[in-house]
Design a protein around this ligand. Structure first.
Ligand SMILES: O=C[C@H](O)COP(=O)(O)O
Length: 334
């Protein structure tokens, strides 16, 4: 029997390199020379993104292992206006035991958990309580999520309150206007202030890429957020009309790679919004493997922000074990 926790997992039968002692990105002074050198060739990026799923299909015998790995990287999310303590507690129960035990037993695994539970500030305390006794961190969306148009002081207070309530990860939204007006200094300053307000909690910066107008802006904003000390860069809120897409993901992971090559610091990447199928999760894992390598294929450096993905992965795993598809209601999320 093998135990997979939110801190360990294997992707293709081999043990991954662990990042337990990963040094946290401290950030660096804003380097506008580097930011201005960012370029993006949309048609080349789209071609490369379109070719990825075809180029790298996961062999059938490894698919279950890859899907288990995907589960350990999920930020299991509920961000709905009708969230209640009850449905948040049920989500946390699912985070503790994301796959039915008989399926895990059949696959030869003892235990696994998701990467984190992601909620609004209002439900941080409920989630922390419901996850007691586990290593699963609670992530809070913050800074006026999703539009990010609250007063700046209010945004800082929101971060402080979530950290105080026990959130170990803070998913902030950037001010899109700073990107759209080319005010990179302001973007850098706000993200630096968010990082300071987070203290020990890890900072994920949501770019809301669909609202940034160009892929070049996505690349530049990614870089500025990392220079300001982001622990993760994240594509979307899940509330934009278009959320995580492979072309945007490609631009962001290449920014992560450049930042690592220049500074030696590994920053995490989180595609979020609209990722609902096991197949899509494999495409994203393939992107990470090809562009960043196996070192990024764990939940210290990669997460899916997803509310519905787990149901389909569990369904595929059940099929892998039984040869039959369960109805969606047999794998309820909450
Ligand atoms: O950060 C996570 C997203 O809000 C989840 O979006 P989704 O409901 O489309 O999976």
């Amino acid at each position: 029997m093998t135990t997979i926790t939110s801190r360990t997992a294997s992707d293709d039968g081999t043990q991954p390199s662990e990042n337990a002692a990963l040094p946290r990105n401290p950030g660096m002074p804003l380097d506008m020379g580097w930011v201005n050198r960012v370029h993006s060739n949309r048609s080349a990026i789209e071609r490369r993104a379109a070719a990825l799923p075809a180029r790298r299909t996961v062999k059938k015998e490894w698919q279950a292992a890859w899907l288990l790995r995907a589960i350990t990287c999920i930020d299991l999310t509920t961000l709905a206006g009708d969230d209640t303590p009850g449905n948040v507690r049920r989500l946390c129960a699912k985070a503790r035991q994301p796959v039915r035990q008989e399926i895990l037993d059949a696959l030869g695994f003892e235990q696994l958990t998701v990467g984190a539970v992601c909620v609004y500030h209002q439900f941080v305390a409920t989630s922390v309580e419901a996850l007691q006794g586990t290593l699963i961190p609670v992530a809070a969306v913050s800074t006026g999520f999703p539009a990010g148009l609250n007063a700046f002081e209010q945004k800082l207070q929101e971060i402080t309150a979530s950290v105080k309530a026990g959130a170990r990860e803070i998913d902030i939204v950037i001010s899109r206007q700073h990107v759209l007006t080319g005010n990179w200094q302001e973007l850098y300053a706000e993200v630096q202030a968010y990082r300071a307000a987070c203290g020990e909690a890890h900072l994920k910066t949501i770019l809301a890429t669909h609202e940034l107008a160009t892929l070049r802006n996505v690349g530049m904003a990614s870089l500025v957020c990392m220079m300001a000390g982001a622990d993760f860069i994240k594509t979307s809120t899940g509330k934009e009309p278009v959320n995580a897409t492979l072309p945007v993901g490609l631009v962001m992971v290449r920014a992560v790679r450049d930042y690592y090559e220049q500074t030696g610091y590994k920053v995490g990447f989180k595609p979020a919004g609209g990722i609902r199928t096991a197949k899509a999760s494999l495409d994203w894992l393939a992107l990470i493997k090809e562009e960043l390598g196996n070192e990024w294929l764990n939940n210290h450096l990669f997460r899916f922000g997803a509310s519905g993905l787990l149901s389909d992965i569990e369904r595929q795993l059940a099929h892998f074990v039984t040869g039959q598809y369960a109805a969606a209601y047999e794998n309820p999320l909450v």
